[in-house]
Design a protein around this ligand. Sequence first.
Ligand code: ACO
Length: 331
Amino acid sequence: MASEFRSKVSGIGSYLPEKVLTNFDLEKLVETNNQWIVERTGIERRHMASPEEATSDLAYKATLKALDMANLKAEDLDMIIVATVSPDQIMPSTACVLQSKLGCRNIFSFDLSAACSGFVYALSVADQFIRTGVYKNVLVVGAEVLHRFVNYKDRETCILFGDGAGAWILSRTSNQDENIIFSSHLHADGNLGDLFVLPAGGSKIPFSEAVLKAESQYVKMKGREIFKNAVRTLTDCCHEALAANNVNPNQVDWLVPHQANLRILESVADHFEFPKEKVIVSLNETGNTSAASIPLAFDLAYQEGKIKRGQLILLAAFGAGLTSGSILLRF
Ligand code: ACO
């Protein structure tokens, strides 16, 4: 039976830590240079949390802005999902820490781990709880302090990643509303899991002196293979969302993709036959912020006046796992 309820985006917010790490700063740490990084990735700088800041602190600041825009209070929230691969600690979850910081009621709160697809995965979960009439207001946050999991001796990864947070509040509306989430499409291919890993710190390789010696507490990546898979899966996800809703690319106002590499975004636009000027790009300022990347890019574009209420927007993500997904919505 079709549901009478749908989700609308009632509030958005984001937070970027103050400290900035430029390509020129990285030149002093590893054998790289600004020109190579800009030409191969499009990234110019990334933000870094201060030593006092954990992922929940970034999430908290982004959430306050989203609550303000939605004209809601923390006690109005019914559920919290934090998408992250850099939680404050393994347990308790960052969502529970955030719930406490916000002063919410004793609401259902959990972390979702799907790497850079985490925010799209989490939005889809939140949407299900709203459509079924279970909850009215759900907070979805993508937040990362990735720089603590990056080896600043590994030039292939340390140039890419940054810290940040983006928060959305999904609220219940009627199925007659035009500004809603239309559909979500999620995938995972665990066979390609070894392309991007954070090996240590779990039950398989617990922390030990050997871990520190092998530097397995840091992310390891096969960049070239990820690049190829990213272009293919992002393009497929874009087609899937539009086909499911009988929408043409020219009806979409903005594509907000996961911000990994400008060349990936340009290739996706070519394969998807989508105008490059309608692809939101913020990676020059933020680098790759994993689960925070889509809500951060969205909010920065909203603040710039590019994204406006009532526009048709396609979100597309891929990440470690390999995970991927897309969401079509009218903002
Ligand atoms: N500075 C200078 N030179 C470098 C650097 C650097 N930072 N990094 C690599 N190089 C060198 C390589 O050693 C290589 O040298 P060689 O030809 O002498 O062997 C040369 O540059 C070319 O290396 P490639 O790996 O072919 O460079 P490529 O153009 O593929 O760019 C990059 C590398 C930027 C990592 C790219 O592959 C990429 O962006 N891949 C996707 C990565 C990604 O998105 N990861 C996260 C996805 S999942 C998620 O977001 C959670």
